[in-house]
Ligand binder design. Structure first.
Ligand code: BES
Ligand code: ZN
Ligand code: ZN
Length: 474
């Protein structure tokens, strides 16, 4: 979508639809206030009222009480307007920037809400006889110095939509090699990016025992993707994303109902790859090292079995007591590898545990970290992007639950206690005291249900990670 900021009146914008916000305890701006129907408009949050100004069609969107107006409300309001624009078959939309404490954040929120709400996944549908009319241009009617902020929001939201494409693509079209191909395409887009992709032979030579063990159940070859971005400023931020392109559970098979959703078990990988693409597009001054382990998790005669002992990349041995706890096995190798390659701090992001869905639902992602600063940076990035994070604790007693009987560690916590934390405690064993934060997005990657995300792939993590990189680079 084309987006711009222009300091002109709504009548000059020549847009198919003009959106104007109205607070419950506020008034419309002078121009739109004179439109036919404007006097009947209501300011209750999420209420839409039509109005006309000569030939110009307006939609007045209620923003609720002025004191409650924040970026999240504007993302939601923008999403409602985008849906109205789709109904009216508008190709161009102009938004009068509402009054707020922070023009830049308000403008960014409107761009984000509009682009995310306009997303469709129709790659596998027959082409309709008449091509659908889609919104192609958004003009923010406000100070032109907001151009940079508006453009950054566009880049991030479009990256999030690309991550949603990766998440939504069924597993028979999204194999580890397809994720690797996407990484290669991203790397081809900028001189500051480079990529390496390792297959079974190299992984065997490197002794990536976790990734190899999970992949041995199926015919699809695993891949380890290493994507580097050199923005010219250290320290290096490591990003690790879980790329299980389908999780059946393996021999510890998952129940059939809902299993199709496990195509999105590569949402962490999608977030990392598209966040790196966005960071490179924005040219942020930060060095990144992204490591994405990718595999299917399948049951078969060659699959890992409960009780098997494997050796991870860093030499730690692990008893695989449940083959459905596969994510931590592949992340363990990737984290150790990222640290060895020189990441000075690491964030991993993964659809890791069902327990986080119970604990936090689809509203917050869980963060578990060995570093207060990194956890605080993620919380701040979450508050700004609306991709919220909530920190859970580490403790020696959780670590105790992950000790193995015949090996150093077990991949399954004892007594099913604190599933999200014990999974993270397991991962901590592989970061060698490097500042690290783990983000569990099993609840937020799908079915968030906000007006701008809908009920399927959310792209969660792209905007969070880009916001974190902006913070660390600034
Ligand atoms: N991919 C799942 C976690 C998941 C659950 C993602 C729901 C999205 C929605 C993960 O690999 C898994 O199966 N974890 C197990 C771990 C358990 C066996 C210790 C779980 O959470 O049940
Ligand atoms: Zn699993
Ligand atoms: Zn999984």
């Amino acid at each position: 979508m084309k987006v711009e900021a222009r300091d002109i009146r709504h009548t000059e914008a020549a847009a198919d639809l003009v959106a104007v916000g109205l607070s419950e305890d506020g008034a419309l701006p002078e121009g739109p206030a004179a439109a036919i129907g404007a006097d009947a408009a209501v300011g209750g949050f999420k209420k839409l009222s039509p109005a006309f100004d000569d030939e110009q069609r307006l939609v007045i969107v209620g923003l609720g009480k002025r004191e409650d107006l924040d970026a999240e409300r504007l993302r939601v309001a923008a999403a409602l307007v985008a849906k109205e624009a789709a109904k009216l078959k508008a190709r161009s939309l102009a938004w009068v920037l509402p009054e707020s404490d922070d023009d830049a954040a308000a403008a960014a929120a409107i761009v984000t809400g509009t682009i995310l709400a306009s997303y469709r996944f129709d790659r596998f549908k027959k082409a309709p006889e008449e091509p659908p009319v889609a919104l192609q241009a958004l003009t923010l009617l406000g100070p032109e110095l907001l151009a940079g902020e508006v453009e950054a929001a566009r880049v991030c939201a479009e990256a999030a939509n690309r991550a949603r494409d990766l998440q939504s693509t069924p597993a028979n079209s999204m194999r580890p090699e397809d994720l690797a191909a996407r990484a290669e395409a991203i790397a081809a887009g900028s001189d500051a990016l480079s990529v390496e992709v390792f297959g079974p032979a190299e992984l065997t030579a490197k002794r990536m025992g976790g990734l190899l063990a999970v992949s041995q159940g199926g015919p699809a070859e695993p891949r380890l993707i290493v994507l580097r971005y050199s923005g010219g400023a250290g320290p290096t931020l490591g990003l690790v994303g879980k790329g299980v392109t389908f999780d059946t559970g393996g021999i510890s098979l998952k129940p059939g109902a809902g299993m199709h959703e496990m195509k999105y078990d590569m949402s962490g990988a999608a977030a990392v790859l598209e966040a790196v693409a966005a960071i490179a597009e924005l040219g942020l001054a930060i060095d990144l090292l992204a490591v994405v382990p990718s595999t299917e998790n399948m049951p078969s005669g060659s699959a890992i079995k409960p009780g098997d002992v494997i050796t991870q990349y860093n030499g730690t041995t692990v008893e695989v007591n449940n083959t459905d706890a596969e994510g931590r096995l592949i992340l363990a190798d990737a984290l150790a590898y990222a640290v060895e390659l020189g990441a000075d701090r690491v964030v991993d992001i993964a659809t890791l545990t069902g327990a986080v869905v119970i604990a936090l639902g689809s509203t917050y992602a869980a963060v578990v970290a060995n570093d207060d600063q990194l956890a605080a940076d993620l919380a701040a990035a979450g508050a700004r992007s609306g991709e919220l994070t909530w920190r859970l604790p580490l403790h020696a007693e959780y670590k105790e639950l992950m000790k193995g009987t015949v090996a150093d560690l077990s991949n399954l916590g004892k007594q099913r206690k604190a599933g999200t934390i014990t999974a993270a405690s397991f991962l901590e064993e592989f970061v060698d005291h490097t500042p690290w934060a783990h983000v569990d997005i099993a609840g937020t990657a799908w079915d968030v249900g906000r007006e701008y995300t809908g009920k399927d792939a959310s792209g969660f993590g792209v905007r969070l990670l880009v916001e974190l990189a902006r913070e660390l680079s600034g």
